[in-house]
Design a protein around this ligand. Structure first.
Ligand code: DON
Length: 307
C-alpha cells in the first residue's frame, strides 16, 4: 500500500504546477476575487491521521458542499417525509436549472441541485426564525468538524443575496406549487448564508468523517446518523453530487463526492478516508477542475474507488 502522506504531498506539488486551472466562478461577484492558483487537500483516515498538502488550512466558501450537511440535518428532523418534497434522481441538468420543475409539479429532482437544496433548507426552517435555523446549521458544522471557529463569510452571503435572481426564481416557482412552507425571502436568506460558510480542507474532511465510517465519528465514537442513512447520503452524493458532471466524476474518481462553486469537493472513501480538496477554477459543469483531477489521482494510487 503506498504511503498516504507521500501520495498527498506529490499530488499537492503537481497541482500547484499545473496551468490548466479552469475558471473561477464569477456569477457570485465575491467569489470572483479568489486566487485561482490556490490548491489544498486534506485526507483523514480511520485512525484520525491527517495527510494534508498545499493550502489545506485556508478557509474557502463551501457553497453547495453545505447541501450534504443540510440534507443530513433535514433527514434528522423529517425522516422520509423529506422525500415528498424532493426526489433522489440525477437531474442531468446544470445546478441552477429550472426546466424540470414545470413538468414535475415543482418537485426538484434531488437535494443537491439548487432547487432541491432550497426545498431542504425550507424544511430546516419550518416556522423558526431564519437566524435560529442558520445557527443550527452552523453549530452542526462546528460539532462535526470539532471546531467552534467555523463562521459564515458575510460578504459572500451578501454578494449572492444581491445577485441570486435565478435562485429567487426557483424558490418562487416552487412556492407556487406549495413546495415551500416559509416566506421565500426567509428560506433564501438561510440558503445563501449556509452556502457562504467558510471552511478549510482540514475542517471539511473532519466534518465528513461520519459519512466515511457508517454514520459514526471514529475518534469520538459518537453516532451522527444510523449506518443506513450514511449509506444513502453517500449514494445521493455519488449519483447527484456533481450535477450534470456526476457520471464523469463516478467514472473517473469512483467515490461519492459533493462539489461547490467555491472550488471545494468533499469525497468519501467508505471505511478508508474522508477527503476534502480545494482548487477554485471550475469546469463547464461548475465543479472544481483540478479538485476532480487530484481526487482521481488519489483514488487511483490508493486503490480507493468503490467499484
Ligand atoms: O446557489 C448557488 O448558486 C450557490 N450558492 C451554490 C451553487 C454551487 O455551489 C454549485 N456547485 N457546484
Amino acid at each position: 500500500m503506498p504511503d498516504l502522506q507521500t501520495v498527498v504531498r506529490e499530488i499537492a506539488q503537481e497541482m500547484r504546477e499545473r496551468t490548466d486551472r479552469g475558471e473561477v466562478a464569477s456569477y457570485i461577484p465575491e467569489l470572483a476575487r479568489v486566487d485561482p492558483s490556490a490548491f489544498g487537500i486534506a485526507v483523514i483516515d480511520a485512525d484520525g491521521e491527517v495527510a494534508a498538502g498545499g493550502d489545506s488550512d485556508t478557509p474557502f466558501s463551501i457553497q453547495s458542499i453545505s447541501k450534504v450537511f443540510t440534507l443530513t440535518l433535514a433527514l434528522g428532523k423529517a425522516g422520509d417525509r423529506l422525500w415528498r418534497r424532493v426526489g433522489r434522481e440525477p437531474s442531468g441538468s446544470p445546478f441552477n436549472s429550472i426546466v424540470q420543475l414545470e413538468n414535475e409539479r415543482g418537485v426538484p429532482r434531488n437535494p443537491f441541485i439548487n432547487a432541491g437544496a432550497i426545498a431542504v433548507t425550507d424544511l430546516i426552517l419550518s416556522g423558526h426564525q431564519p437566524r435560529e435555523a442558520l445557527g443550527e446549521i452552523l453549530r452542526f458544522m462546528q460539532f462535526l468538524a470539532d471546531d467552534s471557529t467555523i463562521t459564515i463569510d458575510k460578504a459572500v452571503a451578501a454578494s449572492e443575496q444581491r445577485t441570486g435572481f435565478r435562485n429567487a426564481a426557483l424558490a418562487n416557482y416552487m412556492k407556487s406549487f406549495g413546495i415551500l412552507d416559509n416566506p421565500v425571502a426567509y428560506t433564501l436568506g438561510v440558503y445563501f448564508h449556509h452556502c457562504a460558510i467558510a471552511m478549510s480542507c482540514r475542517q471539511l474532511a473532519m466534518a465528513g468523517r461520519f459519512l466515511a465510517y457508517s454514520g459514526r465519528n471514529p475518534s469520538t465514537g459518537l453516532t451522527v446518523v444510523p449506518p443506513e442513512r450514511a449509506r444513502r447520503i453517500n449514494a445521493i452524493m455519488l449519483t447527484c453530487g456533481h450535477y450534470d458532471g456526476s457520471g464523469e466524476f463516478a467514472y473517473r474518481v469512483g467515490l461519492p463526492g459533493k462539489s461547490g462553486v467555491g472550488g471545494g469537493i468533499l469525497a468519501v472513501a467508505p471505511g478508508k478516508a474522508s477527503i476534502a480538496v480545494w482548487a477554485p477554477g471550475l469546469d463547464a459543469s461548475g465543479n472544481s477542475h483540478l479538485g476532480r483531477i487530484a481526487l482521481e489521482m488519489l483514488a487511483k494510487r490508493m486503490g480507493w474507488s468503490i467499484f
